[in-house]
Design a binder for this molecule. Structure first.
Ligand code: ZN
Length: 840
């Protein structure tokens, strides 16, 4: 999801895909009981126009010519009761796989990795599908049945995470492999034979390490029984605090109301507060709402305190210096919280002059307003959104509905098909879902193919508006992609399946058809970035598939896709008034009339009017997140505050401290001062969800701005050569490369003409990479045959990429080494803000 620029300090950036994902990594996490029901007043289905436009020449579902195929195209899911049977069968299959794991000798250890990945896949295929169903299905019986199964499988996953026998087989397998490598180096006889050694490829080693680490985060490796029990207890408590915190935010009785005038009161629900901060003209009323919202819901104070303490202990018991360090150990570009904080503080200093300029413009608006404020032209926290909206109104002179002529849903989908074909050679064939296949009227089924890679997978698109629909744009994985081992299903690839939900809340003024606002179009592109990451990922194991990559890389493709929305050449493909063309939705790329460039300029400028202030807001959230869950600087804010601040009556010392952390983050990163007497942290659900990983969004913005240039997309956004580079080096590898290697691979650039990651032909990729590393022809042949690189070849390639990625900015370097980790350089992103194109 793209951030909503509203309610200045209350709204963070949260991608729903990421949230959904983070709760479902099998062999890792127990599900969260998130409740996401928001009612919308308008019922509108896309089924009418979908059949009218006759997607892909398929007959409409209503004609009865397509057979019912089960939910998500699975014949085993035709009634809500099927969930229970499916969950039970999944557990049975996993029990059998577990028995096989326990029967495998350490010498055949790579088979242990394959079996555990298979087990994880079996669990994900049911758990992810149920997680999606319980959130999106329009029928409450389906939602309830799927929700029950999520709880059941969550408990099963937790038991598997703590299975000592499985952990021992896995660590034994890895130890046998690693000791054999060490023996070979010393010219001694290795424990594993040549065939057993050859079974291990780079990806197998990586998956083995990650699985082991995941299990260790559940405490399975701890020697003392009491420590293991304590970790389980803390993990359960952590989940509870997060769920309770977020539930309170949507509970009207907990968030409360504020009396703003005689006979007038307002609900303090976050969405209502956000709306009033933009629209309420009376400053005193805005201030009253802001102050009241800054103290509610009061119950979140102790939930947050307890969560901070729980996570701290959870990390310490497992030997990490902080919770953020524990999260980063799972694979990250940043590597250390210190690198993150240094980066955030530097960026905060760099963006401040731009933010001050934006603030100056808002001050002028306030001073010129007809109703002079008693507080003068000072911009307070409760003024920012109000005057930012006025500034946007001044910039966008066209009617808000002007864009809707060009963003009618079928026409946008036609544009997307053209765009994805031109850039990535992906062919999207769109039809209506068969009866029972979708979860609501109007769900579309997109089958995606590539001329060389073959079928890529299926994306279900849900753009309709209806009461109770999932409240934000989101991508749910339903089936992961992976190679199917020849021994288990005959080889080939398991094709991924996803659900993409977004909205089209507008109506075309001329045709009356559903249409997207500019923001909704941008959000759709963001989610498509996640889908394409998954569709084009070519990993061997599902554990490393697509968006199952590092926490500070996962948002990079989606942010890169957002840039398509500000480029006039792309928008001329995406946003066209095709109403007059007979071909309708499947028309040619040039059919109809493109969105006028002047209007696009206004829209882009409108989104960017307070881009620097908005970045400051993201920096405050990222810093608070690091300071609460990351390493503390010497004597850190926490300790200093504890020493210097007394405990006001009725509040605890810890709560004062967290507010104080917030105040310090505002001092460092924001041009709008902190408001004494408020506790903004009570309303930021992101703090509970990310816990030390929120910085990933700021990293992604900076990296995407770099990659937009580096890949050649900025120059030619419809160029398949640039698209190929993105596909091969950013999307294809998924999580199968360490983030630093992934970015180093991109930095080698087009010139090397090779890939460090997976391609359609791993043998060819390995041979090409070996050549690039300067291998002898013999070694190249070996690399090709074994489909893997020798360690020295990887090391040399890596060094070349690293040298380039870490070169000076003038030489195209885009990373910096900071305090034991890495961060993006932020110059290109700041340039975009300076040029009025940095809206997010
Ligand atoms: Zn996202």
């Amino acid at each position: 999801m793209i951030p909503v620029l509203s309610a200045f300090f209350f709204v963070g950036q949260r991608c729903s895909r990421h949230v959904a994902n983070s709760f479902r990594t099998a062999i890792l996490t127990v599900p969260d009981a998130q409740n996401c029901s928001v009612t919308k007043p308008l019922i509108r289905s896309l089924s009418n126009w979908a059949s009218t436009f006759g997607y892909a020449g398929e007959p409409a579902a209503s004609s009865g010519t397509r057979h019912a195929v089960g939910l998500f195209g699975r014949p085993e899911l035709t009634r809500p009761e099927d969930w229970q049977r499916l969950a039970d069968e999944t557990e049975d299959r996993c029990d059998m796989l577990l028995a096989e794991v326990l029967d495998t000798a350490p010498e055949d250890g790579v088979e242990v990795v394959a079996l555990i990945d298979e087990m994880s896949d079996q669990l994900c295929r049911t758990y992810d599908a149920a997680e999606c169903c319980r959130n999106v299905h329009s029928d409450p019986r389906w939602r309830a049945a799927a929700g029950k199964v999520c709880v059941q499988l969550g408990e099963y996953i937790s038991r598997v995470n703590h299975h000592e026998g499985m952990y021992q087989r896995l660590s034994g397998a890895l130890a046998a492999y690693e000791s054999s490598l060490a023996a070979l180096e010393k010219r001694e006889t290795p424990r594993l034979g040549p065939r057993q050694l050859a079974g291990w490829c780079r990806e197998s080693v990586m998956v083995a390490h990650k699985l082991k680490q995941d299990m260790e985060q559940a405490g399975v490796h701890l020697s003392s029984e009491s420590h293991r029990a304590r970790v389980a207890e803390l993990a359960a408590a952590n989940g509870h605090f997060g769920a309770a915190f977020n539930t309170a935010l949507t509970d009207p009785s907990k968030v409360g109301r504020v009396r703003i005038a005689l006979g007038r009161s307002a609900s303090l629900e976050p969405s209502n507060v956000a709306a009033l901060m933009v629209s309420e003209p009376d400053e005193q009323v805005r201030k009253k709402i802001y102050m009241a919202a800054g103290k509610s819901p009061a119950c979140n104070q102790h939930l947050l305190e307890d969560m901070v303490a729980t996570r701290w202990e959870l990390a310490r018991v497992q030997g990490y210096p902080s919770y953020a360090a524990l999260r980063m150990a799972g694979g990250s570009l940043a590597r250390t919280p210190g690198a993150v904080v240094a980066f955030l503080e530097q960026l905060a200093a760099d963006v401040r002059p731009m933010a001050e300029q934006e603030l100056q413009a808002l001050r002028r608006l306030k001073a010129a307003s007809s109703d002079p404020s008693p507080s003068g032209a000072t911009i307070h926290a409760w003024d920012v959104e109000y005057y930012a909206a006025r500034a946007r109104q001044l910039l966008i002179t066209s009617q808000p509905s002007a864009v809707l002529r060009y963003t009618v849903v079928p026409s946008v989908l036609t544009g997307i098909r053209h765009l994805l074909w031109r850039v990535f050679r992906m062919e999207w064939r769109i039809s209506e879902a068969a009866p029972g296949e979708g979860w609501a009227p109007g769900v579309l089924r997109c089958e995606v193919e590539h001329p060389e890679l073959g079928p890529l997978g299926v994306v279900y698109l849900d753009l309709g508006d209806r009461p109770g629909k999932y409240p934000t744009a989101v991508t749910f994985p339903i089936t992961c992609g992976r190679e199917v081992p020849p021994t288990r299903g005959g080889g080939g690839r398991q094709l991924p399946v996803m659900a993409l939900l977004a909205s089209a809340s507008g109506t075309c003024p001329t045709t009356g058809k559903p249409a997207m606002s500019y923001r909704e179009l941008r959000v759709l592109l963001h989610e498509l970035g996640h889908c394409c990451h998954n569709l084009l990922s070519r990993t061997k194991y599902q554990h490393l598939w697509g968006t199952r990559c590092a926490q500070d890389i996962v948002e990079v493709p989606s942010h890169l896709f957002e840039y398509f929305a500000s480029d006039p050449r792309v928008m001329a493909v995406l946003a066209r008034d095709r109403s007059a063309t007979a071909a309708g939705a499947d028309g040619a790329m040039e059919d109809g009339e493109p969105l006028p460039e002047g209007l696009l300029k206004e829209l882009v400028a409108g989104r960017s009017v307070t881009a620097a202030l908005e970045l400051q807001q993201q920096l405050v959230l990222s810093l608070v997140d690091q300071w609460m869950f990351g390493e503390q600087p010497p004597g850190g804010p926490y300790a200093e505050v504890n020493a210097s601040v007394g405990t006001p009556e009725g509040t605890s010392a810890r709560a004062t401290t967290i507010s104080e952390i917030w105040r310090q983050a505002v001092d460092v990163a924001s041009s709008v001062p902190y408001v004494q007497g408020t506790s903004p942290e009570l309303r930021v659900g992101h703090l509970t969800i990310y816990g030390g990983a929120y910085y990933g969004y700021v990293y992604a913005r900076c990296l995407a701005a770099q990659l937009w240039r580096l890949t050649g997309l900025a120059e030619a956004p419809l160029d398949p050569v640039a698209g190929n580079l993105v596909r091969e080096r950013l999307l294809g590898p998924g999580g199968s490369l360490e983030p630093l290697d992934l970015l180093a691979g991109l930095a080698i650039g087009r010139a090397a003409g090779t890939s460090l990651g997976s391609t359609s032909d791993p043998a060819a990729a390995a041979a090409a990479a070996a050549t690039a590393a300067g291998a002898t022809p013999g070694a190249v042949a070996v690399a090709a045959r074994q489909r893997r690189l020798e360690p020295w070849q990887v090391a040399r390639l890596r060094q070349r990429g690293l040298d380039k990625a870490l070169a000076s900015p003038a030489e195209g370097g885009f990373l910096q080494a900071l305090q034991g980790g890495f961060a993006p350089r932020s110059e290109p992103y700041l340039e975009l803000i300076r040029a009025g194109r940095g809206g997010a």
